[in-house]
Design a protein. Sequence first.
Length: 300
Amino acid sequence: MKFTKEEWHNTNFKIDMDISHLKLDEIISLNDNLTISEIDEVYLPLTQFLSNKVHFYKDYSKNINSKLLKKNNTPPFIIGISGGVSVGKSTVSRLLLQLLQEYNSDWKVDLITTDGYIMPKQQLISKDLLSRKGFPESYDTKILIDHLKKIKNNVPNIPTYTYSHITYDRLKDQYHNIDNPDILIIEGVNIFQVSPYAEELVSDYIDYKIYLDSTIENMKKWYITRFLLLQEEAFQKPDSHFYKYKDIPKEEAITIAKDLWENINEVNLIENILPTKNRSDLILYKNEKHVIENLKFNKF
C-alpha cells in the first residue's frame, strides 16, 4: 500500500507531540535535510505505527516466555534501516531513536551502526578489500550476527563495535554497550541481504525493515556534495584517511568523488543494496531535495 506524505499524515497514526525542543543539528547528517514540518507529517505517525508494533510484539513475547520459559522478560524489537550511501540513513536512525524514546518514556531505545563491523583497515588491505569497503565481503558478519543473537536473548552489556569516519576505521577498544533495550535500531547498507551459503542472516534478527530510497542520480549528487563539504572540514585533520585530498582544487575533488561513487558506491548499490529493497517492510522515497515524498508498505 502506497501513501503520499499528505495521505500518511492524515491517517489515524497522526499524533500530537511537542518536537520544538529537538536539536536538529545533532540529528541531521552532513548535507542531509530535515525540517520540523517533515517530522510532523512523516515521522510522528511512523513513531506511533512502530510503537504499536512493539507493544503487540512485547505482549506476544511476554505471553510465550511466561508459558514456555516461566520468564516475564521480552527480547528487544529490532528495527533495521537500510539504503544506499548518502541517502540519509543515519539521520533517520537518530531521529527515530529520539522520537521512539520520548513517545515511550518507560522504554529504553538504543542504536548501532554496521560501520563498526567493517573489517579493520589493515585487515582490508591485507585481503585486498579496501576498494570493496562496504561490500558484503568487507564485514565481520558472523560477529555482528553473534552480537544480535545475544541481544535478542537478553544477554546484558553486549560491547558492540564503533567506527570513526575520520580515520575510516574501526575504533580500537571503544565499544557501545547494548544493555537489554526495548527497541534496538540497526543501521547499515547491507543488513537485508540474503545468501545461499549462509546458515544465518543479519535480517533473521530484524523485526521490521525500513529502506530509504531515491534515484541513483540523487544519491550521486548528494555523495559528491558531501565529499566537498568533508574536504573543508574532516579532511583537514591530519589523522583523516582522506587528508591527502585536503587542498586539491574543487574540480579535481569532484572528479575523485565521482570516481569513488561510480566505481565503488554505485556498484555496491546496484549489485547488493537495491536488490534488497523489496525485502523491506516499508520503503521511504526521497525526492531531489532530500525530503520524503511517499511511503510504500510492503508489509504492515
